[in-house]
Design a protein around this ligand. Structure first.
Ligand SMILES: C[S@@+](CC[C@H](N)C(=O)[O-])C[C@H]1O[C@@H](n2cnc3c(N)ncnc32)[C@H](O)[C@@H]1O
Length: 339
């Protein structure tokens, strides 16, 4: 449902700030030092077996590895961000290539690979919307985590990924489902720190029914801390705190306004596109991340495995099973397709 506040704010931004349409890498990925907020286990943090999120991360590693049948093979990581999952999967693969439309992300992935001493992962950039810089039938498997829906035309991107995948090869897609935002998060807000004195206010206008989102990005000469303080109520920043009068008050500090439109297919749409493109099978399954999280919950603090090796041992078996189990479409936002 479109609320009055939402309508007014976005109309005001369109009229007063004339936001420049741009791609997602121009919108945000080129500007972030770390796309993950330095949160990734192994890549940015030591593995911590008492942290549920770290188990989920290991579950996702084996998910991508088993779903692509990628052990000892040549894999593509489409849109690796900070090097995820390429850098955690690389030790088990023959070779991983990460391709990203953001040169900044490629630079960060290369740095992270170097810091981790990973030599069989390489990263390349290309221009968004153009053909991928690979020959037909190059990769044994493809991993795409929250990335296809960040491209200007996800269906066209899937055609490209089909082209570079070998016959019989598998692609594993982890997608951002807009259904997660229903009942209150159709309008949303995020503040990203750009420098100590500059931040970006991102306002989301999600259209769940029509499977797309508009993100408005306002670069503001104000620290993230200050902006957060000015639009918080009870310590919480929410879309409802942003008003036109507030935007008018800070208008002189807004140095850039952008808008980025992203398409977010539902599980049903992904499956129909994959089949139309020619994939022999497209199977929504449970995710290794979810399984690893539930496994973590089944232990107590006293009997939970505590080393990386013992956690991996426990996780691997269960991930192998769940990633082959068909799930109701949209239950877990992961799909495996076979060329
Ligand atoms: C949400 S991030 C996901 C990063 C990482 N896969 C993860 O899950 O942590 C989306 C990534 O897709 C990349 N991206 C955006 N447009 C792209 C395009 N046209 N081709 C390839 N990658 C793209 C972004 O630069 C970013 O690295």
């Amino acid at each position: 449902m479109i609320t009055k506040n939402r309508e007014n704010i976005f109309c005001w931004i369109e009229k007063e700030l004339n936001p420049v349409p741009c791609t997602s890498e121009e919108f945000i990925y080129n500007e972030m030092e770390s796309q993950s907020g330095y949160s990734l286990p192994i890549i940015y943090q030591d593995f911590d077996a008492s942290d549920r999120g770290h188990w989920v991360d290991r579950g996702m590693l084996y998910d991508f590895l088993y779903s692509t049948d990628g052990e000892g093979k040549k894999l593509l990581d489409f849109g690796p961000g900070d090097g995820w999952p390429s850098l955690i999967v690389a030790p088990f693969a023959k070779e991983v290539i990460g391709v990203d439309a953001s040169e900044k992300r490629v630079e960060i992935c290369r740095e992270n690979a170097k810091l981790l001493g990973i030599r069989n992962a390489n990263f390349v950039s290309y221009k968004s919307g153009m053909a991928l810089p690979f020959e037909d039938n190059t990769f044994d498997g493809i991993m795409a985590a929250s990335s296809i829906e960040q491209t200007p035309d996800p269906k066209k991107t899937l055609w490209e990924l089909y082209r570079v995948l070998k016959p019989g090869g598998r692609i594993r897609i982890y997608y951002e489902a807009l259904s997660d935002y229903k009942d209150g998060y159709e309008n949303d807000i995020w503040i990203v720190e750009l420098t100590e004195s500059k931040c970006k206010l991102i306002l989301y206008n999600r259209d769940l029914e029509n499977e797309y989102a508009l993100q408005y990005g306002l670069t503001i000469e104000m620290s993230k801390e200050e902006l957060t303080k000015r639009i918080s109520a009870n310590g919480e920043v929410s879309f409802a705190q942003v008003s036109i009068s507030f935007l008018e008050k800070i208008q002189h500090m807004i140095t850039k306004a952008q808008v980025c439109r992203t398409i977010h297919p539902s599980g049903k749409t992904w499956v129909s596109w994959l089949k139309e493109i020619g994939f022999k099978a497209a199977l929504p399954t449970y995710s290794g991340g979810m399984a690893a999280g539930k496994l973590f919950d089944s232990y107590t603090d006293d009997n939970r495995p505590s080393s990386l090796d013992s956690v991996d041992e426990a996780i691997k078996k269960i991930v192998k099973i769940v990633t082959g189990l068909e799930a109701p479409i949209g239950f877990d936002p992961m799909i495996t397709a076979i060329k």
